[in-house]
Design a protein around this ligand. Structure first.
Ligand code: ADQ
Length: 488
């Protein structure tokens, strides 16, 4: 029987993960007969290793161990100190060490060697995110001819930022080996097309590199979404109410302004707290009427730039407290820990303003979850960065330039003073968009595109066609079942 094989850097664990991909796919992939491969989270002494299988929430999961050195170069180094900052247009925070690339390719080769024996001829393979760009190349080298799709959860960079990445020409060639590349937003589709059309810089030898052939690769935007029904239900659950009651006691009559993020420099947290400082500065009347809660558990804190962001944020939070706190009123609370989804849903529903102001973001699922958790009779207002992929599907949010702290402060003021009728009208449009982009539709539309169409015989190559389509019909139906039965 045809199956779906999902591959991502991390596999779902048994604990809550503060990461968009883990939350989105784990919620959706229960009760599935396919496989999900990735790094086990463990370090081995040697690089060769067997796959250790276990079942997590009904999903068969295969974990691959890697060595500590490979972890440093593949994950902490090339993926998160070169690709992540460059793709988020933060070359100032990138750190270039050429040798990391060897570890990055080595781990991708190991993943391919570990996974290939488990692939059956009818399987469809769906690879996720920037850690695994070379995986299709490595699987093809081992003779895997299956349909292979790639989904990039983060933005695609501009050509200048792309060309700053060591070995970007090899990475572009790797991308051309996929049958389908899915991106979050039209912005990213345009950026990838621009990169394909651009002439890559020449090497020291002056030789022009051969341009990769993307003629067999389909490229399209598939904006990821949340599970809005689950969040709407969770928002009035016992867990949510418990959290809401705890906050209400300390909040008194103050309106809540809420931010929920991983602690990452792409999320614009220092700029966000500075915007709140501006709000209090410019509007003295707001001072005892509002309270900001920022939830931001540390992430990737083995990386210098993340620790520096954390220290910067600590200093700004301290400054705002020192400037505005009074014995009987605190301007803000900063919580450095992750919460379960019920508690988050309770917080979202209580917040008059949802502040989602990343400097650059693939999508941003917090924006979706905030909207889905609102009380339709008294909804809050979403203040959203123009530079999140979510901006393309949420024109009814108050959209801001997160680098402009005055503009963001003004949007907060407008949100806090917005009349109920306007809040409802905006929220209804936002909620319709959240529902249109729910996570199971995202998976459905991606997989419908990854598997071939019945009339594709004459148009496409030998890996497609009517026979293949028939076999893949069962993949569609099993995947649909998986994404419909997902539990939050
Ligand atoms: P992330 O950068 O991790 O993901 P995001 O989309 O904001 O970002 O997803 C965060 C997820 O983690 C949400 O589901 C949220 O509920 C959860 N989360 C955040 N803070 C939390 C906390 N304090 N406690 C518990 N849970 C928390 C990447 C890209 C994004 C893209 C996603 C999905 O960077 O742009 O939207 O993948 O494709």
């Amino acid at each position: 029987m045809s199956r779906l094989i999902v591959v991502s850097n991390r596999i779902p664990g048994k604990t809550v993960a503060a990461g968009g991909l883990a939350v989105a796919l784990k919620a959706s992939l229960s009760h599935h007969d396919g496989l999900w491969f990735g790094w086990s989270g463990r370090h081995s002494q040697t690089s060769a290793g067997d796959v250790a299988f276990e079942t997590v929430d009904g999903v068969r999961v295969g974990g691959i161990d890697i060595t500590r050195d490979d972890f440093q170069s593949y994950y902490a180094g090339f993926s998160n100190r070169i690709l992540w900052p460059a793709f988020h247009l933060r070359l100032d925070l990138a750190h270039f060490e050429g040798h990391w690339y060897e570890g990055y390719r080595r781990v991708n080769t190991q993943f391919a060697q570990a996974i290939a024996p488990h692939i059956e001829p009818d399987d469809v393979i769906w690879i996720h995110d920037y850690h695994l760009i070379p995986l299709a190349t490595e699987l093809r080298r081992l003779g895997v001819e299956n349909r292979i799709g790639f989904y990039l959860h983060i933005p695609f960079p501009t050509p200048d930022a792309l060309f700053a990445i060591p070995y970007q020409d090899e990475l572009m060639a790797d991308l051309s080996r996929y049958d389908l590349i899915g991106l979050q937003a039209q912005r990213d589709v345009s950026a990838l097309r621009e990169a394909i059309d651009h002439v890559a810089p020449r090497g020291f030898d002056g030789e022009k590199r051969p341009a990769p052939d993307f003629s067999r690769t389909r490229i399209a935007a598939f904006p990821i979404g949340s599970d809005p029904d689950a969040f709407a239900e969770l928002a009035t659950s016992a867990g949510a109410t418990k959290m809401a009651n705890r906050i209400r006691r300390s909040l008194g009559d103050c309106a809540l302004i809420l931010g929920v993020d991983r602690l990452d420099y792409s999320k614009g947290l220092p700029q966000r707290v500075e915007s709140y400082e501006r709000l209090l500065d410019h509007n003295a009347a707001m001072r005892r009427r509002v309270h900001m809660l920022q939830v931001a558990p540390p992430s990737r804190d083995m990386i210098d730039e993340y620790r520096a962001t954390s220290e910067t944020l600590d200093a700004i939070v301290g400054r705002v407290m020192g400037r505005f706190a009074e014995p009987d009123w605190q301007p803000l609370t900063y919580v450095k820990r992750a919460y379960g989804q019920a508690s988050l849903a309770g917080l979202y529903r209580m917040a008059r303003v949802g502040l989602v102001t990343p400097l650059r973001d693939g999508m941003n699922l917090v924006a979706h979850e905030y909207v889905a958790s609102q009380n339709p009779e008294d909804p809050g207002v979403l203040v959203l960065s123009r530079f999140a992929g979510a901006a393309e599907i949420f024109p009814d949010a108050l959209q801001v330039n997160p680098f402009d702290t005055d503009e963001t402060a003004e949007a907060m003021r407008v949100a806090l003073e917005m009349p109920l009728a306007e809040r409802k009208a905006r929220w209804e449009q936002l909620d319709a968009a959240v529902r249109e982009h729910r996570v199971e539709r995202w998976a459905d539309s991606y997989l419908a595109e990854l598997a071939p169409r019945p009339d594709a015989d004459d148009l496409e190559g030998p890996r497609t066609g009517k026979v293949m389509h028939k076999r893949l019909q069962s993949v569609y139906s099993s995947m649909r079942a998986v994404f419909e039965n997902g539990s939050p």
